[in-house]
Ligand binder design. Structure first.
Ligand code: ATP
Ligand code: FE2
Length: 328
């Protein structure tokens, strides 16, 4: 028995397959990279449409499995860019209908978190979810992901991407900023640090970093300072959330979890609070199809499938709106 999952919320068209135990049998993708600027929703959708058959072909040549073994079709139902989401949804409905198997509408945020929980073997972790669209410190409690802290303006990954664009670096900016920060030799320039209770804000930091850029500060120094400041803000909230909740493990997921300096800082905070720390493997930090397949598998086991009448995409679907039947 295998489950196939389709990710198409933003830049990545990903298709993955997991077996009954959740082990990844295939994880293939094609990533849309805008020529200039940020993501254009319609261009992303066109990219996904064009690449669908290519990625699906890769999946089947990689796994050697056949469509007859597929027992569920999962797709990222939201949140995300409507035109991009629709491509995955249409494909999922078509496949599920023609194979006569259940359709599984997955929340993209829950999928990042559950895949991290699977890899980290974490039972009841505090979850740090950092990506291009999300910045949330959350944990599962009585069938819901409760949000402890989140960004009040833009997401951490988005802040990095926008700064990178201002510095003429290509999209996505996170990995380039990480490389440049390593060359800074520890020079730090003061930047605004904004933590409000358990929440965070990054737009003041972004504006100040852009100002340093126009004032001619070395790019490496700004990248280093940007990382140190924003990651320290996240670390502070994580520290407080650990102290409040008494949770004994912390895991990090989402595209920004690929950043080694971030993981180092979070590991330190966890250690000080006598908590275990683990990260999703960097390869699976960003958007991927196997996380959708894995979440679909959890839904299938919990017998929560998605009828066609409720399969419309949900561009603004929030993490804390979802019932998690496996989260008793
Ligand atoms: P979501 O819907 O979960 O918000 P997303 O569309 O932002 O997803 P992800 O692939 O989860 O997609 O995350 C992408 C983000 O991760 C981008 O902002 C990118 O710059 C950031 N990122 C990727 N690698 C790194 C890195 N090494 N350091 C910092 N940020 C990174
Ligand atoms: Fe994502």
């Amino acid at each position: 028995m295998i489950v196939l999952g389709i990710e198409s919320t933003a830049h990545t068209l990903g298709i993955g397959v997991v077996n009954e135990e959740g082990r990844i049998l295939a994880d293939c993708k094609s990533v849309y990279v805008p020529e200039v600027g940020g993501i254009h929703p319609r261009e992303a959708a066109e990219h996904h449409q064009k690449q669908l058959h290519v990625v699906l072909q890769d999946v089947f040549s990689e796994t050697g499995v056949s469509l007859t073994e597929v027992k569920g079709i999962a797709y990222a139902q939201g949140p995300g860019l409507p035109p991009a989401l629709r491509i995955g949804a249409v494909m999922a409905r078509t496949l599920a209908k023609s194979l006569g198997v259940p359709l599984l509408g997955v929340n993209h945020c829950v999928a990042h978190i559950e895949q991290a929980r699977y890899f980290c073997k974490a039972e009841k972790p505090l979850v740090v979810y950092l990506s291009g669209g999300n910045t949330q410190i959350t944990m599962l409690e009585a069938r819901r992901y409760r949000i402890f802290g989140e960004t009040l303006d833009i997401a951490l990954g988005n802040m990095l991407d926008v700064f990178a664009r201002a510095a003429n670096l290509t999209h996505p900016g996170g990995p380039k900023i990480e490389q440049l920060a390593k060359q800074a030799k520890g020079e730090y320039q003061e930047l605004p640090y904004t933590v409000k209770g358990m929440d965070l804000a990054f737009s003041g930091l972004l504006t100040a970093a852009k100002r340093l850029l126009t004032n001619g500060s070395p790019l490496e120094t700004i990248c280093y300072s940007l990382q140190e400041t924003s990651f320290a803000m996240v670390a502070e909230v994580v520290e407080r959330a650990l102290a409040h909740t008494g949770r004994e493990e912390v895991i990090v997921t989402g595209g920004v979890a690929a950043n080694a300096r971030l993981r180092e800082m979070l590991a330190l905070v966890a250690e000080e609070q006598s908590a275990k720390f683990a990260s999703v493997p960097p390869k699976y930090a960003g958007d991927n199809g196997s996380m959708i397949a894995y979440n679909g598998l959890l839904m299938l086991h919990a017998k929560t499938t998605t009828p066609l009448s409720k399969s419309k995409v949900r561009p603004k679907w929030r993490l804390d709106q979802i019932d998690i039947p496996w989260g008793e």
